[in-house]
Design a protein around this ligand. Structure first.
Ligand code: ADP
Ligand code: MG
Length: 389
């Protein structure tokens, strides 16, 4: 047989490279939204409003009251690898913001029509800019153009229109706008629970009644009640676990059984969060249902260093903690927030940052599962005691 002639190796054009990268980061409307919400939180917003049309395919708009973007930064805003959050590689090991790669807005400009309206406190008016393929353009003519002054409040509004208009295979893979809207609501719900000091709103374009609306200055337990209902909230337990002096897990005293606003106030945790003086130190806070609550599917909200992530290992371990006390086929609800010394976490495994790896993963997981199990057992005993009295 004759061997084929080798083909010449050529460098891909910038545009092709950027489209491929964009496809990795923006898989669907909900993944775009996750990046946008994280940007709002990085900008210290206390109000985040999401408006959606056709499951986010036609329109995905997110308005915040955060820091805004400096007008001078607008020309490079949607270029790849432009960020205000990271400058040296070693910064990565102490990163405390969600973003750091400067790829999200760039990606969006490659697979959608992106428009930004933003105003900082110092600005006299807001500025509006539209982007295509990383660069500023006029949204109507497609020609290069400078940002335009316009009316607007402090903060930033980002509008994504016609997502995947130029990547038909990606568009075809998305089954239904209502499924996409459900995913969007799920992302907003989870971030709203983890950030109860921020008011979240999510609605369909043209509708006057939002599907989701939370107040600011709430707490996690109340947010769970508001968004997952009283059936979950009335059966909630909680526990705190953290690394001890020798690196062993310890349970905090004062974990309470009942829904108690004071005891569950997130602010307590936030104060404690900031410094990790000992390397490898960690702390976890969990809210989870007792066996009275039985769902068909395990609802597991996992935040590692405030980032919504997935971990099959942690999920399995938490489910296993319920194995002996729940009937087969019944599942609990659990919210788990784990904070680890940033030096022990590698957030850079994947562009979507959805998967994170950290040191002592197995050990930490076991210690949290043990604490959950212990709390469940305590609860079980006090029930049995009440019953026999
Ligand atoms: P990254 O978050 O990794 O820095 P992004 O592409 O998500 O990259 O955003 C690029 C930059 O745009 C950010 O570093 C930030 O300075 C700015 N930015 C994006 N969204 C907002 C927002 N909602 N409010 C203020 N600044 C923002
Ligand atoms: Mg970002």
């Amino acid at each position: 047989s004759t061997k084929p002639e080798p083909m010449p190796i050529k460098k891909l054009s910038e545009n092709v490279i950027n489209k491929i990268a964009a496809g990795e980061i923006i898989q669907r409307p909900a993944s775009a939204l996750k990046e946008l919400i994280e940007n709002c939180l990085d900008a210290a917003a206390t109000s985040i409003r999401v408006t959606v049309k056709d499951g986010g395919l036609k329109l995905l708009q997110i308005q915040d009251n955060g820091s805004g973007i400096r007008k001078a930064d607008l020309p490079i805003l949607a270029e790849r690898f432009t960020t205000s959050k990271l400058s040296t590689f070693s910064d990565l090991s102490k990163i405390s913001t969600y973003g750091f790669r400067g790829e999200a807005l760039a990606s969006m400009s490659h697979v959608a029509h992106l428009t930004v309206i933003t105003k900082t406190k110092a600005d006299g008016c807001a500025w509006k800019a539209s982007y295509s393929d990383g660069a500023l353009v006029d949204s109507k003519t497609g020609q290069k153009v400078d940002p335009r002054p316009c009316a607007g409040n402090d903060g930033t509004t980002i509008t994504i229109e016609d997502l995947f208009y130029n990547t038909p295979t990606r568009l075809a893979a998305i089954r239904s706008p209502s499924e996409e809207y459900a995913r969007i609501l799920d992302v907003v719900t989870k971030y709203a629970i983890h950030n109860p000091h921020v008011a979240f709103l999510c609605k369909k374009s043209g509708s006057s009644s939002p599907e989701l609306s939370t107040p600011s200055s709430s707490n996690i337990a109340n947010a769970i009640k508001l968004l997952y209902g009283n059936s979950v909230a009335k059966e909630l337990l909680d526990c705190d676990v953290h690394s001890g002096p020798a690196g062993r897990g310890q349970k905090s005293a004062g974990g309470q059984d009942r829904l108690d606003d004071e005891a569950m106030d997130i602010d307590e945790d936030e104060d404690a969060q900031a410094s990790f003086d000992k390397p490898r130190s960690w702390m976890a806070k969990a809210y989870f249902t007792n066996p009275n609550y039985q769902a068909k599917k395990f609802v597991f909200l996992l935040f590692i260093n405030h980032r919504l992530v997935e971990s099959a290992r942690m999920k399995r371990a938490m489910e296993a903690a319920y194995q002996t006390i729940m009937p087969k086929g019944a599942s609990p609800f659990m919210y788990l927030s784990l904070q680890i010394d940033p030096r022990a976490v590698d957030v850079n495994v994947h562009p979507t940052k959805r998967e994170v790896h950290f040191l002592n993963e197995e050990d930490i997981t076991d210690q949290i599962a043990d604490a959950v199990q212990e709390k469940l057992a305590e609860k079980g005993q006090s029930r049995a005691y009440e019953y026999h009295q």
